[in-house]
Design a binder for this molecule. Sequence first.
Ligand SMILES: Nc1ncnc2c1ncn2[C@@H]1O[C@H](COP(=O)(O)OP(=O)(O)O)[C@@H](O)[C@H]1O
Ligand SMILES: Nc1ccn([C@@H]2O[C@H](COP(=O)(O)OP(=O)(O)O)[C@@H](O)[C@H]2O)c(=O)n1
Length: 208
Amino acid sequence: MIIAIDGPAASGKGTIGKRLAAHYGLRHLDTGLLYRAVGKSVLDAGKTPDDRKAAIAAAQSLDLTRFDEATLKGAEAGEAASHVSAIPEVRAALVNYQRAFAAEKPGAVLDGRDIGTVICPDADVKIFVTAAPEVRATRRGNEYRAAGKAVDDATVLADIRKRDERDSSRAASPLRQADDAVLLDTTAMGVEEAVAAAIRIVEARRRG
Ligand SMILES: Nc1ncnc2c1ncn2[C@@H]1O[C@H](COP(=O)(O)OP(=O)(O)O)[C@@H](O)[C@H]1O
Ligand SMILES: Nc1ccn([C@@H]2O[C@H](COP(=O)(O)OP(=O)(O)O)[C@@H](O)[C@H]2O)c(=O)n1
């Protein structure tokens, strides 16, 4: 079984993806980490994320073992990711890896922005996870503070809105709910409730 999860920034895609993978015995890929790693590589090379040549070279020679996940999860890498991810050649360089991951037995859960629309258009289940921007900003702000970073929710909210706008308006694989995806709005749900709702969506799809 292949489960595709898409949605805007900090909507809970990774949390739900990990839990669904554990529940169904599938592997999980957070595809945002790939774009974050490309963005971080460009910054590490002393270039700006809008530098197409640098971004394409980084995507084509990406070595994920070089990165520490905590650094990739930070705001700087996220912002860089949302620039490099608009470059079609960067996206093209990452397609095969994601599709090969999805194709391996016994199946996988992938989360990102274009999984249901571009990477796995034939996924067995597609879920589009969302929540109100203010709620997403508070959750992400709490996550940063728990990691010892001093941030205020207004700054996180501005960052999230900017990234969502950039991700939705780009020409290459924009953030969009696939026609056959089920919408899961977790604004008023805690993690357990959201995971239970996601499992119900999978079960309903499996019953056909
Ligand atoms: N339904 C929820 N209720 C409360 N907090 C949540 C919920 N879903 C996710 N979170 C928290 O919000 C933050 C962002 O979730 P995450 O799964 O990383 O989102 P995404 O993968 O979409 O960026 C994390 O700190 C996570 O623990
Ligand atoms: N499949 C994907 C996944 C991420 N991305 C880009 O990578 C950035 C970081 O993705 P992420 O999923 O780690 O972001 P969060 O939702 O965790 O904040 C996004 O803002 C997108 O620009 C993408 O374009 N396509």
